[in-house]
Design a protein around this ligand. Sequence first.
Ligand code: 6GU
Length: 224
Amino acid sequence: MHIHVLSVLPELLESPLQHSIMKRAQDKGILTVQVHHLRKWAVNEYGQIDDYQFGGGAGMVMMPEPLANAIEDLGKNKPFDEIIYLTPDGKTLNQSMANQLSLKENILLICGHYKGIDERIRQKYVTREISIGDYVLSGGELAAAVLIDAIGRIIPGVLNDETSALFDSFQDNLLAPPVYTRPSDWRGMKVPDILLSGDPKKIEDWRYDQAVERTEKRRPDLPK
Ligand code: 6GU
């Protein structure tokens, strides 16, 4: 899978993609992430990519021409399956969206800044608009990093233990059950006996019951 990112602050995306599972996915060649500086498609020698908004009001808007040229250049060799604009007024990211996107081959993410991007780019090119929650970030980069992580870790072959993503919170709209490691008695707090029983069926049933109980208690809003 190839993910291209258009950004005015590419530095913000460097570190999150260079460690742990994201690093492994890229080292294995399963995922490539290329971050492009929108400035490369600036309209003039001053590097201009934004301008005042029509109708007045504080804050700059990202101009359509640099974005359109970037989108068309980057999609020239291999057309994009999805062009995603990260924006607080998009659809809130959930596991099912991440699952769907993990099956795509070639994706472009557009990170907004300032007041956002010219509406006409959204109309002409963008196939999905995604938010990562009901709060405002100063730009789309951290949201893009979150989305890339959520997608990247579930691409088949990325996780070592292929089954482990199946037990994540939110697969099947269930939160994950509690987990414990050694020692079995830590400062007088004991690990539930079932987990030490060595009975795989009992353990599986217990985990499922715990997941259901947790979900009902903490996230009654999740669909059953
Ligand atoms: Cl995708 N962008 C920005 N700027 N703020 C956000 C967001 C995205 N998702 C939640 N807040």
